[in-house]
Design a protein around this ligand. Structure first.
Ligand code: TEU
Length: 545
């Protein structure tokens, strides 16, 4: 237990650092490998923090590095308060955290409250006998005579499989919204709540700046565990679970986090399919500080679709004083560059056009992500414009088949790009490197002032220089078909952001480019003299007006 918060006198004015910050998600297995075993580690993160500070990042979210049998690559935790040896040890974590703080980087870590590993001592005990001490820490049901599962819920990774498995030791079903190796905790059991709160305290005491809470909306379930309606057949239950009692539990977590000094933050992964449903987990400012806005992540490269996504986000969050987030890529979905390419090809775009548009689209998307009103979350490697790794059928290791976006980050132009090569008795990286790694790597892009890496760095610097880009209001502007245009404005200034989401050069009129405005950034890093009359294909501009 920490002591520094007892007898709090005057309430501190809440800092809003997390509203102004740009977060960068690190997926530790694929970030940087310090010991040549083919899997990234905490020392690898520590060694590269300087590069993230150089880029202008404010905060890190680090995906799980806890002890785990790795059935879900760390989202199956067998000890919440220790580091898996593949990632290092507690001293390596402390060193990484201290160095991040010394560089001015905040660090939030993943907390996985819905389920443990089936190898967690709690579950090993629970499964051993109906009378076991931890039995009620998980969700058990007696089998029916007909052998069908207790309800029709579908698990996340195999949509043909129930969210239930029979455990051989007692013959009863246990619930798992994800892999069978990830049994759901029973949050109706007060000892579970206490134990999981203790996990939060353990890491808060160690100095982390907050948490990204994994599928936080699933820690409450209707006690009768009713069937999902037939109309949503095939949708995993984790995307449907939305139960009032969860809000009470989230409020308790928030108040624990708020009881610590220095403005720790709670970011919820609320994996629900509408902004409306996600917004309810902000509560009255007493649940999560922020939640990922997944409908926007799934928006295609279309000005109309983005316009409605922005309208809906503003209309839903703003009235409740809830602060938006924006994310294009993470460790669960194809990278946005790959996603836009695949979608365009499905619509009939020919391969040569895709090759030409691919990077331009991803760069214009970066301008969008970093100028919307809300906190942006970058995913490691998007600053290099990475594509997904190509994964042959025999190389798939993730139970959800999400391997492509998890390819190792290429650091330099050497044979292994900073990773062991898999030759001469060396280990191979746990997943193949992304395409183009020979030139699309950190060192090569750092040396090229026109690179995607330098575009991200300039965007982050612009956010620091222009308060209106961080805290200003957002107004959508009328624009030609296929162009998304909005302004960000405050007492500090006005910016117009113009994004051409088509393959055609488009004429821009004076309402969007007023006389006297100046282009402060172009997504292709062109340096237009004076005001251009056109937006190039897939080009984005930021103007100071
Ligand atoms: O993801 C939640 C989640 O619902 C997704 O896994 C989703 O089902 C999947 O991406 C669809 O393709 C979180 C973590 O981000 C993910 O990595 C974990 O596997 C999952 O929870 C279980 O902990």
């Amino acid at each position: 237990m920490h002591e520094d918060n007892s007898g709090s006198e005057t309430p501190r004015p809440a800092s809003r650092w997390w509203r102004e910050a740009v977060f960068y998600q690190i997926y530790p297995r694929s970030f940087a490998d310090s010991n040549g075993d083919g899997v990234g580690d905490l020392e690898g993160i520590r060694a590269h923090l300087g590069e993230l500070a150089w880029l202008g990042i404010d905060a890190l979210w680090i995906s799980p590095f806890y002890r785990s049998p790795m059935a879900d690559f760390g989202y199956d935790v067998s000890d919440y308060c220790d580091v898996d040896p593949i990632f290092g040890d507690m001293a390596a974590f402390d060193a990484m955290l201290a160095e991040a703080h010394a560089l001015g980087l905040r660090v939030i870590i993943d907390w996985v409250p819905n389920h443990t590993s089936d190898q967690h001592p709690w579950f090993l005990d629970a499964a051993s006998a109906k009378s076991a001490e931890h039995r009620n820490w998980y969700v058990w049901r007696e089998p029916d005579e007909d052998g069908t599962p207790p309800n029709n819920w579908v698990a996340a990774f195999d949509l043909t499989a129930p969210a239930w498995s029979v455990h051989p030791d007692t013959g009863e079903w246990y619930l798992h919204l994800f892999d069978p190796a990830q049994p759901d905790l029973n949050w109706d059991e007060p000892a579970v709540v206490e134990a999981m709160h203790d996990v939060l305290r353990f890491w808060l005491d160690r100095g982390v700046d907050g948490f990204r809470a994994d599928v936080l909306h699933t820690i409450g379930k209707f006690p009768e565990l009713p069937d999902d309606p037939p109309a949503v057949a095939g949708i995993p239950h984790c995307a449907l679970n939305d139960v009032p009692v969860t809000h009470e539990r989230v409020r308790a977590i928030r108040s624990l986090v708020d009881s610590y000094p220095d403005d720790r933050v709670l970011v919820g992964e609320i994996y629900l399919m509408t902004t409306q449903a996600i917004a309810s987990y902000y509560g009255d400012g007493d649940e999560v500080h922020m939640a990922f806005n997944f409908p926007a992540l799934y928006s295609p490269w279309s000005a109309d679709r983005w316009r409605s996504s922005i309208e809906e986000t503003e209309a839903t969050l703003d009235p409740r004083g809830a602060w938006p987030t924006w994310v294009l890529s993470n460790h669960d979905n194809p990278r946005h560059r790959t996603r836009y390419d695949l979608a365009a090809q499905r619509r009939g775009e020919d391969a040569a056009t895709t090759a030409r548009r691919s990077e331009a689209r991803a760069r214009a998307a970066a301008v969008l992500l970093l100028t919307l009103r809300g906190t942006p979350f970058l995913y490691q490697g998007e600053e290099l414009g990475l594509l997904d790794s190509e994964i042959a059928p025999g190389q798939v290791v993730d139970p959800g088949g999400r391997d492509g976006c998890r390819g190792p980050l290429p650091w330099d132009g050497t044979e292994g790009c900073g990773w062991p090569t898999g030759t001469n008795g060396n280990a191979a990286p746990w997943l193949p490197l992304p395409p183009e790694a020979g030139f699309r790597n950190r060192v090569a892009q750092q040396e090229d002032p026109g690179s995607t890496l330098h575009l991200y760095r300039r965007l982050l610097a612009l956010r620091k220089a222009h308060p209106e880009l961080r805290e200003g209001d957002l107004s959508l502007l009328n624009a030609p078909d296929g162009v998304l245009a909005f302004s960000r404005h405050s007492d500090a200034g006005i910016c117009h952001i113009l994004i051409n989401m088509t393959n055609e050069s488009t004429e821009i009129d004076e309402s969007l480019m007023p006389l006297g405005a100046t282009v402060i950034l172009a997504s292709d890093m062109a340096d237009p003299r004076g005001l251009p009359a056109h937006l190039g294909p897939d080009q984005a501009l930021i103007l100071s007006v």
